[in-house]
Ligand binder design. Structure first.
Ligand SMILES: [Zn+2]
Length: 321
């Protein structure tokens, strides 16, 4: 087995629960990947050692040497500074405070990596490989544990002055509403994220136990998650449909604000919206049309994200293709 002659790209997706590393050809075609649990309790040194080992393992499997890496893309939870490559305590990696990630990787591989927060990298991946292909103005919204967004304008990520653009989840929609992880109250994320939906569902079910949601968790109210709400709503359970109606109203309102400010061609929504499909997206579309200005509201498409589980791998690679 001889060594390949071409160059390769390396992508690293750093999450709170897993690390994924991929090697791709120069066109971004993924050749191979490996995953490992992050074991974030063991600290960042452990995770970085794992990442270096995973990259070496992949290079070996695909018959590349370190010299043949033409670029390294890293997608990681923010906040982080894309210019200095320093990561600042992401919520899912709490002890990663002021970690000079780009410097560490550069000293190991002699190549400066491109570092980006996961929502931005995900937006770039959807624009390049997914449902955002062919559009100039693309917003990709995450809707799972949290709500955030990456905004791509003419093929470039909108970073803002300090890499904080796209925090759509922290627009306040209910003054004095539910407490948000950011410390404020009534943010979109505190109303429509997975944990927020679960909490609202649990409160409603306590007041009105005549719902299919309760059958889906064997009467254990604390076990209700957004998944059960969606499943019950799909079989027309009135309480679940009520919740979907509320969620879609606030999501639609939040997106309408975004539509008026950014004027995107398309807004792609991840995880929960993908699982719910038109059940959630149709009422969101109606709310957006009602609440946004006419011209941006009529042009924007609201669609589920397309890349699903693949997004982490493609996000990191899309930074360097
Ligand atoms: Zn908030």
């Amino acid at each position: 087995m001889g060594q390949r002659l071409s160059l390769c790209l390396v992508g690293v997706d750093i999450g709170g629960t897993k690390l994924a590393t991929v090697v791709a050809d120069a066109n971004g075609q993924i050749l191979n990947k490996v995953r490992q649990p992050t074991e974030s309790h063991r600290g960042f040194e452990h995770a970085i050692k794992l990442i270096v080992d995973m990259i070496d393992q992949l290079l070996h499997l695909e018959q590349f040497t370190r010299d043949q890496i033409s670029a390294i893309g890293i997608s990681c939870g923010g906040p982080l500074d894309t210019k200095t490559g320093v990561v600042y305590s992401p919520p899912n990696l709490p002890d990663w405070d002021a970690i000079p990630l780009a410097d560490i990787v550069e000293s190991e591989f002699k190549i400066r990596p491109v570092i980006e927060n996961d929502a931005n990298a995900g937006a770039l991946a959807e624009w390049r490989f997914g449902a955002g292909r062919g559009y100039n103005h693309v917003v990709f919204m995450t809707m799972s544990t949290g709500i955030g967004a990456g905004i791509v304008v003419d093929g470039r990520i909108l970073h803002g002055a300090s890499d904080c653009a796209g925090e759509v989840g922290h627009q306040v929609l209910i003054p004095n509403g539910p407490v948000c992880g950011c410390g404020n109250r009534g943010c979109l994320e505190a109303i429509c994220s997975g944990p927020a939906i679960a909490q609202r569902a649990q409160e409603k079910v306590r007041k009105n136990p005549h719902t299919k949601i309760l059958d889906l968790v064997d009467d254990n109210i604390e076990a209700i998650r957004s998944e059960e709400v969606l499943e019950a709503a799909k079989s027309a359970d009135p309480l679940a449909l009520d919740l979907i109606h509320e969620i879609s109203f606030y999501m639609g309102w939040g997106i309408a604000n975004l539509v008026n400010i950014i004027n995107p061609d398309i807004v792609l929504i991840g995880t929960i919206a993908v699982a719910a499909g038109d059940l959630l997206l149709d009422p969101i579309r109606r709310t957006v049309l009602e609440m946004s200005m006419q011209r941006p509201g009529e042009i924007v498409k609201i669609m589920p994200a397309q890349l699903g589980q693949q997004i982490g791998d493609l996000a990191a690679i899309s930074l360097v293709v």
